[in-house]
Write a protein that binds this ligand. Sequence first.
Ligand code: FAD
Length: 413
Amino acid sequence: MSDSIQSSVLVIVGASHAGSLLAVQARKEGWQGRIVLIGAESHLPYHRPPLSKAVLAGERSLESILLRPELLYSNNQIELRLGERVVSLDRADKCVQLASGEVLHYDKLALCTGATPRRLPVAEGLPGVYTLRQADDVTAIRQLMAAGKRAVVIGGGYIGLEVAAVMTEQGMQVTVAEAAERLLQRVASPTISDYFRLLHESRGVKVMTHASVTEIEREQETLVLTFADGTVLEADLVIVGIGVEPETALAAEAGLEIGNGIVVDGYMGTSDPDIVAAGDCAQFPSARYGRCLRLESVQNALDQARIAAANLCGQRVVYDSLPWFWSDQYDCKLQSAGLRLEHEHEVVRGNPAAVGSEGLSVFYMRGDRMIAADCVNRAKEFMACKRLIAERLPVNLAALADESLLPEHFEQR
Ligand SMILES: Cc1cc2nc3c(=O)[nH]c(=O)nc-3n(C[C@H](O)[C@H](O)[C@H](O)COP(=O)(O)OP(=O)(O)OC[C@H]3O[C@@H](n4cnc5c(N)ncnc54)[C@H](O)[C@@H]3O)c2cc1C
């Protein structure tokens, strides 16, 4: 073990999926000096995905979704600095400054600053209009939720659709307004987009596509939304879910290389040898896909944190995990593996017109190799696909669409 990790100070900015795990893993990997984990949110690090699912539905409390108990941090001598924002980074003096004015020296720094919701200029500052990223957002939104109320969700991505599902199940009247020609356009195939549109419409959600909101006004308690085609909608609550931007401000001001996120190499190292980055904020070179990527998922945040921690502690490991993701809407669990980049054809297993518990899978193929899969309520198929994609195994094409054959027959033998 090198001398540096015996007595050096590791400062981690951002205390969520990536930052929290990076701290714990660095200790496990042998970091013996101080570890300071700084987070702008005042809560102990928590699982973010349930915010738009069980927490919004009121089925889970914040206390029940903590990533780790407080004791785990103290037992590992991880100093938690919660409710504190890092406002500047001085790379020459190797220190960060907190909003309070306090300056902390580091030997190694990890930026796990995540992402922040994209803003909709016409919605800025209006009461009753929310984005959903943090636990405090959910607390505020829940105060306005009640059966019979009207909600407009701007943006038909995963978070918007999860919010729409929860609000519909709570008896609210929900409209999803998506500017693109289909739901989930950035992340899913047309087959999956159509499936989720049908699912939401079958539950009573009004789905608008090609719908660009041009104005929002507040008339007493009612929000009045005007769209580019002249449509006018009234709402008691508006949720803006139009994507996120990587949180790169600190890194950019300190002169680190920035692309679509903080630029890192395969080892999660930034353009400064003493600074790593991981999670939603990081743009990395993917050997698997032969291009630079920035992903927004728990898998990516956790796997990158593990790699960054190992490398900080003297190892030399490259990040090359298979991306995977999930989304829960009503009784449907979508699980996705791999990225649907340049696939040649798709195979559908199940009936896309029969939405509900039976689910379906869509496999994205290049020749006889599967490069990605979307599976709805089909956990066994998802697990089989993950292996086929990760190990680039040849696939038995005929078996994919044949529901009489179990997933173990997917592999060509
Ligand atoms: C509502 C919702 C539902 C989601 N559902 C899913 C899902 O079902 N499946 C899935 O895989 N992914 C899901 N995601 C995405 C997933 O939560 C993110 O990919 C993951 O949280 C990324 O973790 P991270 O640690 O990189 O960043 P974040 O979770 O964004 O955390 C970054 C933290 O850094 C803090 N921070 C930033 N700047 C500073 C600073 N200067 N000083 C101090 N602290 C700072 C922020 O306050 C924040 O707490 C969801 C996200 C949201 C918002």
